[in-house]
Design a protein around this ligand. Sequence first.
Ligand SMILES: Cc1cc2nc3c(=O)[nH]c(=O)nc-3n(C[C@H](O)[C@H](O)[C@H](O)COP(=O)(O)OP(=O)(O)OC[C@H]3O[C@@H](n4cnc5c(N)ncnc54)[C@H](O)[C@@H]3O)c2cc1C
Length: 551
Amino acid sequence: MNFVTNSHKQSNNPDRVYDAIVIGGGHNGLTAAAYLARAGLSTLVLERRHIVGGCCVTEEIAPGCRVSTTSYIASMLRPEVISELRLPDYGLRMIPCDPAIQVPFLDGDVVPWWSDRDRAQREFSRLSVKDAARFAQVDDQLKKLARYLQPFFMEPPPEIDTSSLKGWSDLFRVGKRFRGINNSEVSQLVSFLTGSLGEFLDQNYESEKMKTMFLANNVYGKHGGPYQPGTAIGLLFHLLSGGEHELQGFYGHVMGGMGSITQALAAAGQKLGVEIRTGASVAQIDVRNGRARSVVLVDGTELRARVVLSNADPKRTFLNLVNEKDLPEDFLFSIRGIKMQGPCAKVNMVLSEEPKFTGTSPQATALERTFYTLVPSLAFAERCYDIAKFGNIPEELWVDCVVSSNADASLAPPGKHILTCFVQYVPYHLRQGTWDENREWLGDLVVKKIAEYAPNVPGAIIARQVLTPLDLERTYGLTEGNIFHGDLRLEQLFFMRPVPGWSQYRTPIAGLYLCGAGAHPGGGVTGAPGRNAAHQVLRDWKKGRLREAIA
Ligand SMILES: Cc1cc2nc3c(=O)[nH]c(=O)nc-3n(C[C@H](O)[C@H](O)[C@H](O)COP(=O)(O)OP(=O)(O)OC[C@H]3O[C@@H](n4cnc5c(N)ncnc54)[C@H](O)[C@@H]3O)c2cc1C
C-alpha cells in the first residue's frame, strides 16, 4: 500500500487553509495527524519520500522480498496509541519475541533470555548460580524504577520556571509522580541516569556472558561505549511498557514488518480525515510576524495552515526549513549544539537458506531462531566504540541479526529468507574516504562477522542492501544518520529535549510545533512524541491561540 494524496485539487487551491500541516509522515507525524483529525482539525501530512513511515517502513529489496529496512523490533510502541487509534483494526499485529534477546558466543554456546523469568533464571544458572539469583533482584529493582519514569513518557516535561505559577504547578506534578519513593530508590535512579552500564554490570554480575546479555540491547543506537557515563539509562528505557498488552520489557515482531505500524497509522488517520501527500518535500516554513503561516514545497507550491507541526528532526527543522532571522540567537545556538552523529548502520539481506547459528538448540522453533545479537563482551563493545569515535570503521562490529522471515514467512517467497542486521559502532564522519567509497566494505565486514557465528550465510546471499549513516541521512532524512533525532543522553532528555526551555513541543515561532523523536521522550517507535505534541496543540487550540484566520 502506498498512501498518496486524494485531494490534489484542494491542496493546490491557494485559498485553502488547513487547520494543521504535519511536515513528515514518520510514525510520529502520522500519530500526531491522526489525533488532530480525531479532534476535528483538517490535517494534511506532507512526506518527502514516496512512502510514509520514515524509519518505520517495510520495503522491497529484491522481487517479492520485503524488509524492515530501518527499525526492526517494536518494543516501545505505546499501548495508548495502539488502542486509541484502533491500530489492530487497520491490520497491526505483533507477536512477542521469545527469547527477547539471544546471544551466541564464539565457544558455540547460545544463551537465550526468555520472557518467562523462571525459565530465564534456569538458563542463566548455567552461567552462574549466583548471577541467576541476582538477576531476579535486579529485574525487580529495574522494573520498579522504570514504573516511576513511565508516566513522564506520555506528558510534556515540566517547565522549570519558579517565577511562574505554571512552573510551580509543573514541579508539583513531577513531585507527585515520585510519591512513595525512598532515599535508596532516589540514589539508584540517579546512578541509572548518570552511571555507566559497564560498571553497573560489573558490580552486579560475575559471568561475562551474563553481562553480555544485558549489554545486548541496552546501549542500542547510542553514542558511547558501555563504560561511558549515562549508558545505564538504557536499562530503564527498555523496561517501559510497550505493545498492545502494556508489558514491561516487551519486544515484538510486527507481522508484515515495521511498515505495518505506519500503514495502520496512515489508514487510521485517513479514516479520521487526514490527507496524506507523498513525494512532497517541504523546503521552507514561512513565518510572518513571528508566526508560522504556511509551508513551501520544493516545487514552489505554498500550502497554508493555522498550525504547523514538524516531524523532521530539530536540526533539519530549525537549521534548514526556517529562516535563521525568525529564531532567537540563543535558541539557534542550542539547536546547533544538539549531539547527533549517528553511530549505526543497517545491512539487509535476502538469503537462499536460513542462517544456521552454531549452538542453536535443534529443538528451537522458527520463532526461537529469529533474533541473535553478536557482541562477544563489554570490552569488545567499548573497543569498537573507541575506534569509531575517531572516525574509523572498526574491523570487528557489533551486529544485531533478525531472521525476520522466521517470524513472518510472508516477507519472502518460499525458499528465500530475510536477514536484517543492525550495526554499531560506526562513525558518521569518516577520518579517511567517504561512505560512498566504503559502503560495500562495511557490508563485507558485517557478513564476515556473521560468518563467525553462522558460517552458511556468506554463501547464501542473493541480495544485499547496505545503509551507512550517510544513507540514513540521505534516504530517511535523519540528520547525521542519528536514529533518535538526537542522542539519548541525559543532557538531551526530559525538560532538556530538544533544548532547554523548549521541551513542551512549542517552539519560539508561534504556531510551529515539533512532533518527532527529537522532542520528549525521544526516539524509538513509540508514538509518544506525536501523541503528546498533538495534545499540546489541541490544548493551545482550545485556548483560541491558533484559530484566528490567516491574513
Ligand atoms: C537503522 C535504524 C534502526 C532502528 N531500530 C529500531 C528498532 O528496532 N526499534 C525501535 O523502536 N526504534 C528503532 N529505530 C529508531 C526509530 O525508528 C526512530 O527513532 C523513529 O522511527 C523516529 O520516528 P519519527 O516519526 O519521529 O521520525 P522519522 O521516522 O525520522 O520520520 C520523519 C519523517 O519526516 C520526513 N521529512 C523530513 N524532512 C522533511 C521535509 N522537509 N519535507 C517532508 N518530509 C520530511 C522524513 O522523510 C521522515 O519520513 C531505528 C532507527 C533506524 C534508522
